[in-house]
Design a protein around this ligand. Structure first.
Ligand code: AMZ
Length: 274
């Protein structure tokens, strides 16, 4: 199965139609709920630490369907076990079921290390494929992947104190996130997910200034990630639209019910008064 514009259902089209009627001339920042997979379950980690895990569901497919039913336009699915170099059989099964059973585009990352990995994920129907560690460790392979898959490829820029972390965030490089973003943009990458690790899973607010700096220095389209704590974060990220930030990943705040997805989608609407 390959998700494409053709595979949008009647319901999707109706939903888009009613959203356009409700908000004429609107541009909406895309809100992307996160599903982090560990041992086939839906979890959140705090600052990416494997020891600081909260399990939100034994059934990630149900969660994927829930976000779809509540109006999400895309999901961000992370294979934490693979990112950490562990056995990820159960996560891959969960991913396959999400791709087959939830009619929603999926951005997938974690442990993508070879061209064959990318080909398999593309065939399975992942709409975007996130590459972090491999982008740092093997630029030649990254270039080959970009040449074959173009805008399907999203680079994961995961930073701690401005430096890139990799291998499930257990290893810190000495590469500056901004320089790395500029480098991958020159290689032909169009989009990156920028995560401030210190804020991820912490409900401590998005690092707006670092997100803006990465976007402006690189010219990449940026999906912001990490730390969303309230609707104010959504308003603040929306203000970065002109810098090239067009989407936001939300995890814990949705799982803890701090606000609903519907409220997030409403907050992400932009009105053109004309
Ligand atoms: O939480 C973690 N420890 C973690 C995480 N969320 N480690 C990696 N990741 C995510 C990155 C990116 O989306 O944010 O996995 C992806 C990158 O994985 P890799 O294996 O390519 O570095």
């Amino acid at each position: 199965m390959r998700l494409s514009a053709d595979s949008f259902s009647e319901t999707d089209i109706q939903r888009l139609g009613s959203s356009l009627t409700k908000y004429p001339n609107h541009i909406r920042m895309i809100i992307i709920p996160a599903i982090d997979l560990r041992g086939g379950r839906c979890v959140r980690l705090s600052q990416g630490q494997a020891s600081a895990e909260t399990v939100y569901s034994e059934n990630p497919v149900k969660i994927a369907k829930r976000w779809y039913d509540e109006g999400a336009e895309m999901l961000h699915v992370v294979n934490l076990d693979a990112a950490l170099g562990k056995d990820d059989t159960d996560n891959l099964k969960a991913l396959e079921r999400i791709l087959y059973e939830a009619p929603i585009p999926v951005q997938f990352g974690g442990g993508v290390r070879t061209l064959d990995d990318v080909r398999r994920l593309d065939e399975l129907g992942a709409t975007r494929i996130v590459i972090g560690t491999t982008a740092i460790e093997n630029p030649i392979l990254l270039q080959n992947i970009i040449d074959e898959f173009g805008s399907t490829i999203v680079v994961g820029i995961d930073a701690r104190d401005g430096l890139i972390a990799l291998r499930g965030w257990e290893k810190l490089s000495n590469i500056q996130a901004i320089e790395f973003a500029q480098k991958v943009a020159e290689m032909g990458v169009e989009r990156a997910v920028y995560t401030d690790i210190a804020r991820d899973g912490m409900l401590s607010g998005v690092n707006i200034e670092a997100t803006r700096a990465i976007a402006e220095a690189s010219g990449l389209k940026i999906t912001a990630s990490g730390g969303v704590a309230s609707l104010d974060d959504i308003y603040a990220v929306k203000d970065l639209e002109e810098s090239g930030v067009d989407s936001l990943i939300i995890g814990k705040a949705l799982y803890e019910g701090i606000f609903t997805l519907e409220e997030a989608l409403d907050a992400a609407e932009d009105y053109d008064e004309d």
